[in-house]
Write a protein that binds this ligand. Structure first.
Ligand code: PEP
Ligand code: MG
Length: 577
């Protein structure tokens, strides 16, 4: 049986289904009528709390970071306090209610208590109580925990929605594929999956309810479908296909030591998008020309307190040093949208992608913003570090951000902490208003990086997470192409400035031909795509690409653009397409 979804890419996979369920079902309160039932409920409660405490203890022992150890220890102590269990037992006895009702009630009180104490650390913990409560309820309901470290065979994660934190916090050795009901190909979890090179298909309705744990399924991330109920012959054919794909991948290894050049030897940069320290070795392995987008927000997610300036600085410094003079473009925090942190107070919004996001939040929270800026500035002493502001929509925001940057520089100067005083500052072009006036903005910055993931969603008014309208989200929309051309043209005669692209479009084989033709200078792509993009670009003649781009600028529909590019790609790329 075949189910179609959105292709997120990253290849093919075969494995056993593991359904991830993070939702807590709504539960009606049960009234207990006998003393025996009340005692049994109390006994069950004790066992649940004991089990969850034990889970925290194992997490504490396994955690590598001190902060995580400290947190697990805190939860363990919280749960083993006699007063907590005592109060829950009292609620069960007095109200004759079930354990889940008691847990919910008492944990809510605990949350309120902690939020009022005069101790910043404990106050902060009040926000995690919900997580601990959910863990207790899941245990009470027998819902299994998401613990990927216990996997021991090839697995396909299947969920209604997978949060980025599931992929950040777990050992993914056996995770070979991801299938989800929600999330478009440019959702942040899709980007993470690409960075990690995990074949994925999103947007298959009801799939987490249709499949069962341990079903064997085939995920084709390249074409956007999955297959179930496979016969032995089908499984064998799929395994052959996967092996072939692996061989093609290996044939790209020769590109590692080659320079990034078009067929006619035009110089370009192929940089990588990065998000966390653990990726650094992978990035160095593919020998990219630098990092065109460091998504710093991944360092802020999946934790309950903000990272410190020193923590950020040390990570940025490691990247800067290891890149050994190659550029490292560090994007300031792009939080909001589909990326939420418990300690960043962004209210529920109807349209989070149009809301309090990225630079908007940072400009309003100056001291918080300065922590990140100082960390970047300090790292600039150790390599070719550049700063990039996300979600800029007007010149005023650039002025304001630069004012705060000047204050961060002054903070460091007053303490004699070294940094590169001439650090280059650029912006992402991901809001149409900036692409339209790119010629005005370029004088105020050192570079542009086109963020097509957002630029397209804002231009064609399609939520990048919404599978129902994902058919309208297209790299080849003529309106989008004009905005990209306008941005590239604005930088053309500015000698010391450059324009790159760090959205997923930069790795799209068809779009690459157009982008080379339009004169894009830097392609920043996921680590798993660097060698492939380098190979594809080495097959393109820049003059031919220019002619193709000129022809495309006259085409009126996305379909015409795609069909035309597809015919050219077949000839230009041959077996690599
Ligand atoms: C983009 O919008 O294209 C981009 C690279 O930023 P992000 O995907 O992190 O929003
Ligand atoms: Mg973006």
């Amino acid at each position: 049986m075949k189910y179609l979804g959105n292709k997120v890419g990253n290849g093919l996979a075969l494995g056993k289904v593991y359904i991830i369920n993070t939702k807590i079902p709504k539960i009606k309160t049960r009234n207990l009528t006998t003393v025996g039932a009340i005692n049994k409920e109390k006994e069950d409660l004790k066992q649940i709390i004991e089990k969850v405490s034990k889970d925290y203890e194992s997490l504490e022992n396994e955690a590598l970071e001190d902060e995580i150890k400290q947190l697990c220890n805190f939860y363990k102590i919280l749960l083993s306090s006699n007063s907590l269990i005592g109060t829950m037992e009292e609620v069960i006895a007095k109200e004759k209610c079930d354990k889940i009702t008691a847990i919910t009630k008492v944990m809510k009180q605990k949350e309120e208590e902690l939020s009022l104490v005069d101790n910043a650390y404990l106050k902060e913990r009040s926000k995690d109580i919900e997580d601990v409560t959910n863990k207790l309820i899941r245990k009470a309901l027998g819902i299994k925990e998401i613990d990927l470290s216990r996997l021991d065979e090839d697995t396909i994660l299947v969920a209604e929605e997978i949060s980025p934190s599931v992929l950040l916090s777990n050992n993914l050795k056996y995770v070979k594929g991801i299938v989800s009901e929600l999330g478009g190909k440019t959702s942040h979890v899709a980007i993470l999956a690409s960075t990690l090179g995990i074949p994925s298909v999103f947007g298959i309705k009801e799939i987490s309810k249709t499949l069962n744990d341990d079903d064997i399924i085939y995920v084709n991330g390249n074409e956007g479908y999955i297959e179930t109920n496979l016969t032995e012959t089908q499984k064998k054919n799929i395994k052959d296909k996967i092996r072939k794909e692996e061989l093609l991948k290996n044939s790209l290894i020769e590109m590692k030591d080659k320079k990034s050049r078009t067929k006619d030897n035009q110089k370009l940069e192929i940089t990588a998008n990065a998000g966390e320290l653990s990726e650094l070795d992978k990035l160095l392995e593919v020998n990219c020309d630098g990092i065109g987008l460091f998504r710093t927000e991944f360092l802020f997610l999946n934790r309950s307190i903000p990272p410190t300036e020193d923590y950020l600085f040390n990570i940025y410094k490691s990247f800067a040093e290891k890149l050994n003079g190659k550029p490292l473009i560090i994007r300031t925090l792009d939080i909001g949208g589909d990326k939420k942190c418990p300690y960043i107070d962004i209210k529920e919004e109807q349209n989070p992608f149009l809301g309090y996001r990225a630079i908007r939040y940072c400009l309003d929270n100056k001291e918080f913003f300065k922590v990140s800026l100082r960390a970047i500035l300090r790292a600039s002493k150790y390599g070719n570090v550049k700063i990039m502001y996300p979600m800029i929509s007007s010149l005023e925001e650039i002025y304001k951000a630069n004012e705060i940057l000047d204050e961060a520089k002054a903070d460091l100067a007053s303490k004699n902490i070294p940094f590169n005083k001439n650090i280059k500052v650029g912006i992402m072009i991901e809001v149409p208003s900036t692409a339209i006036v790119a010629d005005m903005l370029i004088d105020e910055v050192d570079f542009f990086s086109i963020g097509t993931n957002d630029l397209i969603q804002y231009t064609v008014a399609v939520d990048r997470l919404n599978p129902t309208v994902s058919g309208l989200y297209s790299f080849y929309n003529p309106g989008v192409i004009r905005l990209i051309k306008n941005t590239i043209d604005a930088v053309k005669d500015k000698k010391s400035k450059f324009v790159g692209m760090c959205g997923e479009m930069a790795a799209d084989p068809l779009a690459i031909i157009l982008l080379v033709g339009l004169g894009l200078q830097e392609f920043s792509v996921n680590a798993s795509m660097v060698l492939k993009v380098k190979k594809l670009i080495s097959l393109i003649d820049s003059n031919e690409a220019k002619d193709i781009a000129n022809k495309i600028l006259k085409l009126k529909t996305a379909k015409e653009v795609e069909t035309y590019l597809d015919s050219k790609a077949k000839k230009i790329y041959g077996k690599y397409y």
